[in-house]
Design a protein around this ligand. Sequence first.
Ligand code: TRP
Length: 334
Amino acid sequence: MLDGKKSLFSGMQATGTLTLGNYLGALKNWVELEDEYECFYCVVDMHSITVRQDPAELRKRARALLTLYIAAGLNAEKNCIYYQSHVSAHAELAWILNCFTYMGELNRMTQFKDKAVKHADNINAGLYSYPVLMAADILLFQSDVVPVGSDQKQHLEITRDIAERFNSVYGDVFTVPEPYIGKQGARVMSLQEPDKKMSKSDENTNASIYLMDDPDMIIRKFKRAVTDSDNEVRYSEDKPGIKNLIDIYGAVTGKNTAEIEKEFASCGYGDFKLAVGESVAGMLKPIQARFAELSKDKDYIDGIIKTNAEKANYYATKTLRKAQKKVGFPERIR
Ligand code: TRP
C-alpha cells in the first residue's frame, strides 16, 4: 500500500527486444490497471549486468524499452516507468536483504542453475544474489501484487520468505506481495516450436514476432509458422500450432474460439495464417508509429525519466529508511 492505494510492481530486462508474447501476455493488460493500483514498471538494468553486456547497447536498449512501454499505451504520468539504476535504494535495500537470505535458499533457484550452466565462465556473486535484488525491487514499493510469468514464480516466493523473515524480527516493515491474479493475458507460444513459450531470447528469429517487426516480416513469419497437416482450423490440444494461432487471433480481435472456427471453416491454413498476420501487423502499426514519434522527442522522454526517477526515489527511500532504522543503522543528521 502506498498513500492508501494498493501498489503493483513489475520489471523487465532490456535484453532482447519485446515480443508479441510480452505484449499480449503482459503490457496490453497493464494499461487497464493504472486506476486500481499505484503502478511501478521498472527497467531493471542492474539485473542485466549479472551477465556481460555491451555498455552502449545496454543503454540503447534500456531507453528503447522505456519508450516502448509508453508507446504500448502505458500513461507515463500515471504509471511510474523508470530505470532501476536511477534509484540507489534498490542496491542499498538489496544489501540489507542479502543479510536475511540464506545460501541454501539461493542454491535452490532454478534460474540461477540454468544461467550458471549458460554462463559457466562468469558465475558471479551478482548472478547468485539476483533474486535478492528482485526482492528489494518489490519490497521497496510495499507492493501488494506483482504480475510475473511462471519463470519468475520462484523468485516471488523467495521475496515473500525474505519479507516474512524480516517482519518476524522487526515488526511490519514490508508488505508481503502476492502474485497478480487478474485478467490473464494470452499465453503466446513459439511459432516454430508451439510447445514452447515465445521468448525474446529465442535464437531462431522466425519463432518470435518482435514488436518492431514490419508488416511484411510479420506476415512472412506467420506463413512459416509450424502447424499440423490436416488443414482444418480447429482448436485442439493436439494441434498446438493452430491452437496458438487461434489464441493470438482471438487476443488481437476479441473474437472467441467458436467465432474464429466458424469464420475460417471453409479456409485452409494459408488463408488463416494470412489473416492472423494481417491482424497482428494492424495492431502493432500504431504502436510502432508512436514509438518512432516518441523516439524523436528527446526532451519528452528525458522529462519522463527524470520525473519518474524522483517519484520512485521518494517512495523507495521511505521504505529504505525504515529498514535501515530497524537493523540499527545510525540516524542521519540533517
Ligand atoms: N527477473 C525478472 C525477469 O527477468 C525481472 C524483474 C526484476 C522483476 N525485478 C522484478 C519482475 C520485480 C517482477 C518484479 O523477468
